[in-house]
Design a protein around this ligand. Structure first.
Ligand code: PGA
Length: 252
């Protein structure tokens, strides 16, 4: 059985106080939920990771980072390394989010380096990818996604995929209120699984968790999660409120 995952990407939201409150709220609200085979993840901003890790101790909440630099260390002002993350108890990092690609120039080649660095440092990766609206309109969404995966992930060995979770996030659905339909999500997820089967075989393809992201809300989560190849969600806006995030976790 594949692991189910609900991950909240907090982006550039929540100061220290707000971070503490949100972790406390989620902790309390999920305490009694049956979460076998389900991971609950939150990704606060770098400066609050240390505090978040401490506050999530002995709970079902995993705290992960939103990004990481690929170099071991050195003259990279403003950046954060894998070793720094590990030293405060972080075990997983989100890489390739569309906002990193669009606003910070992260290319497939850079992302391939970041993924390699994370794996070498024994960090898990939630790898994000997805097409732009114009790609979908021109019917190029499958080839765009295939290219993103080939260029950033297909240099890895089969065993590395134990540490990797995929997050398909069509860019036109992120923060827009417009969601891919459950059918569109399922169609793309099945295509992605097929690509992994071709490249790495049935084992990897059937085990890898594929999350959907893009305007997942309490109102649409259950229907999206009911699709056979959708193993959970990467949640932005709705992860910032305890009630909404909890409702989405209940949906899984
Ligand atoms: P959204 O963000 O849920 O606010 O659309 C999703 C994401 O960026 O991961």
């Amino acid at each position: 059985m594949r692991t189910k995952i609900v991950a909240g990407n907090w982006k550039m939201n929540n100061n220290l106080d707000e971070t503490k409150k949100l972790i406390k709220g989620i902790r309390k609200s999920i305490k009694k939920l049956p979460l076998e085979n389900t991971r609950v993840i939150v990704a606060p901003t770098f400066v609050n990771l240390n505090s978040a890790v401490k506050r999530a101790k002995k709970s079902k909440i995993e705290v992960v980072a939103q990004n990481m630099h690929q170099a071991k260390n050195g003259a990279f002002t403003g950046e954060v390394s894998a070793d720094m993350l590990k030293s405060i108890g972080i075990k997983t990092v989100i890489l390739g989010h569309s906002e990193r690609r669009t606003y910070f120039g992260e290319t497939d080649a850079i992302l391939a380096e970041k993924v390699t660095s994370a794996i070498e440092n024994k960090l898990g990766v939630i790898f994000c990818f997805g097409e732009l609206l114009e790609d979908r309109k021109s019917d190029n969404h499958f080839s765009v996604v295939e290219n993103q995966l080939k260029k950033a992930l297909f240099h890895l060995e089969e065993k590395n995929f134990k540490k990797i979770v995929l997050a398909y996030e069509p860019v036109w659905a992120i923060g827009t209120g417009e969601t891919a339909s459950p059918e569109q999500a399922q169609e793309m997820h099945a295509f992605i699984r097929g690509l992994f089967e071709k490249q790495y075989g049935k084992g990897v393809a059937s085990r890898i968790s594929i999350l959907y992201g893009g305007s997942v809300k309490p109102a649409n989560a259950e229907e999206i999660f009911s699709k056979p190849d959708v193993d959970g969600g990467l949640i932005g806006g709705a992860a910032l409120k305890v009630e909404d995030f909890t409702a989405i976790i209940k949906a899984i």
